[in-house]
Design a protein around this ligand. Structure first.
Ligand code: ATP
Length: 331
């Protein structure tokens, strides 16, 4: 059974306010009754609570936190971002998978999602802790037609997308962004973003944006427990991962459309700065060429961090290989 038929059936029963008959599903999707019946059985086995009433049809009563290609594709509202989902129960790294997909010629907007990663990566060769069954690990493949120096701004667009989704779903959580690529709730990290590009000096082959989000996890290894948290730990209840992924694709597609017209982040500066945890605070810039301190003022139209130095002058920090820390701790 093609994933898309399953996704279509799931979408039809989810979007129907009342029972939807087997006959209706067959006609809508051009498949046999047996095919419909088989998909319903499969979905029930995966944990979807689907009621089947003779002469009325099927109705979706509830669904658990299921993460699968069909679940995601049946819920996507976008035109291109995440329209094709490649789901892996376990993989080494979704960014690596997306790289292979790029080489295979997969289209702009293809999304790899995994339930677990065995070698999840962060920036500068660091690792991203990725246990199964609880969190989000995904990578979006983009094939932009702008020049390579613009690509680092895509990290900021993704950061704002993640922040907006969490803020929209859980307005009581204090969502923050630690420039350029970390999303925090309060002062603890819940999401990291790793953008990787394959380019010539003046031409982008592809950009891959990897996103790891701590969603339902309840504990962390000692190295990160001091500064990491999950949405569930803050919210107190299980969270539907698919809803978050679908929301991020919605926002990202919308923001990407605006960004592609101007090729700067001028339309997003106010939103980004609104989430910027470092704003007005003293930060230490861990630049491999030499560390220094100053007060973070916000970002400019290129997505660089504006830092006011002790002598009163200002400098800008380009994201690349730089980390920013609070003077007394993580933020
Ligand atoms: P930072 O400024 O936090 O050093 P970074 O942007 O340089 O961040 P990332 O690429 O976002 O780093 O992520 C890698 C780092 O994040 C790891 O070195 C580890 O400290 C931390 N980390 C790893 N897994 C997780 C996780 N699941 N949740 C929160 N933090 C994690």
């Amino acid at each position: 059974m093609a994933v898309s038929t399953k996704a279509e059936i799931l979408k039809a029963i989810r979007n129907s306010s009342d029972h939807i008959s087997g006959q209706e599903l067959c006609e809508q999707l051009g498949v046999s009754r047996t095919a419909v019946w088989k998909v319903i059985k499969q979905l029930q086995a995966e944990g979807y609570d689907i009621e089947a009433v003779t002469n009325k049809g099927y109705r979706l009563l509830s669904y658990p936190d299921v993460l699968s290609g069909s679940e995601l594709m049946s819920r996507m509202n976008t035109k291109w971002a995440g329209q094709r989902v490649y789901f892996r129960k376990e993989t080494e790294s979704t960014n690596e998978d997306a790289k292979y997909m790029a080489e295979e010629g997969k289209e702009h907007g293809s999304l790899v999602v995994a339930d677990a990663q065995t070698a999840g990566r962060g920036r500068r060769g660091r690792s991203w802790e990725s246990p199964p069954g609880q969190d989000i690990y995904m990578s979006l493949l983009l094939r932009p037609d702008f020049s390579p120096e613009k690509a680092s701004m895509l990290t900021l667009l993704m950061a704002v997308s993640v922040a907006e989704v969490i803020n929209g779903l859980y307005p009581d959580m204090k969502v923050n962004i630690k420039w350029p690529n970390d999303i925090l709730v309060g002062e603890r990290k819940i999401c990291g973003i790793l953008t990787e590009m394959n380019a010539e000096p003046d031409y982008i082959h592809n950009v891959i944006i990897g996103v790891g989000i701590n969603v339902n996890r309840k504990d962390f290894p000692p190295e990160i427990e001091e500064f990491a948290t999950s949405l569930r730990l803050v919210h107190g209840e299980m969270i539907d991962r698919a809803q978050i992924i679908v929301g991020i694709m919605d926002y990202f597609e919308y923001y990407y459309g605006i960004f592609a017209e101007r090729l700067d982040v001028s339309d997003f500066v106010h939103i980004y700065d609104g989430y910027l945890v470092n704003r007005g605070r003293e930060v230490r810039v861990l630049d491999p060429k030499g560390e220094y301190s100053g007060v973070a003022e916000g970002i400019n139209d290129k997505g660089e961090l504006i830092v006011k130095l002790p002598d009163g002058s200002s400098t800008t920090v380009a994201s690349g290989e730089v980390s920013v820390r609070g003077i007394y701790g993580y933020v």
